[in-house]
Design a binder for this molecule. Structure first.
Ligand code: GRF
Length: 202
């Protein structure tokens, strides 16, 4: 069984989409553990409802980067749970090199824009303000940069003339819920390889 660990700070709609897809497709994948930095994250509640181990490891307030000790805890819980792949799903902290090196090419993230456009926070707002006609979402491997690792899958979403940040984000999320579970499935099947910056899917 391929085991994933999910890190989430917020509402957890991607976490839910992953859980639902695994069930619907009857995939040999299990969510071994869900960890959050935020004890009020609805993602934790969703996990518990599904009978999945859900843990809060609080981080220093107002710091985007995980502190050394906190980072150790995250890594050791993921290792204890024999996680094959770490999936960031709305996790609002930046992972440092030591964390990334503990899971080489085994950490992925979903970002709400067509990277490399609009990395960072509220990417849908950035896209709207910039005036692009198309945006979307990206599943990528995590490296030391911010939203900068090799790209696995992307989906395009048109920006409509009367879009608000909310309507655009909602349509982007609908696509996230399709490509994120799919990327996890492809990786679990050993069909994804990285050569330099390029990701090949068999
Ligand atoms: C998503 O928009 C994702 O792209 C970004 O954080 C958000 C998480 O949403 N990284 P949810 O908590 O999965 O609903």
């Amino acid at each position: 069984m391929f085991t994933i660990g999910i890190l989430a700070s917020g509402k957890g709609t991607n976490l839910q989409a992953i859980i639902d897809y695994i069930k619907e497709e009857n995939l040999p994948i299990r969510v071994g553990v869900v960890i959050s930095d935020n004890e009020d994250a609805f993602a934790l509640e969703r996990a518990r409802k599904e009978g999945i181990k859900a843990i809060c490891i609080p981080c220093e307030k107002y710091k985007t980067i995980l502190g050394k000790e906190v980072e150790k805890k995250y890594v050791s819980i993921l290792k204890e749970n024999k996680v094959d792949l770490v999936c960031l799903a709305g996790f609002m902290r930046v992972l440092k090199t030591t964390f990334i090196k503990s899971f080489p090419n085994r950490i992925i993230n979903i970002h709400p824009s067509l990277l490399p456009a609009f990395p960072g926070l509220e990417a849908w707002k950035q896209a709207l303000e910039y005036g692009v006609k198309f945006t979307g979402c990206t599943v990528h491997f995590v490296n030391e940069g911010i939203d900068a690792g090799p790209i696995i899958l992307q989906a395009v979403v048109p920006v409509l003339p009367d879009d608000t940040p909310e309507t655009l984000h909602k349509r982007i999320q609908e696509k996230e819920h399709i490509i994120y579970p799919l990327a996890i499935k492809l990786i679990s099947e050993g069909r994804v390889s990285i050569v330099g910056r390029k990701v090949y899917i068999k």
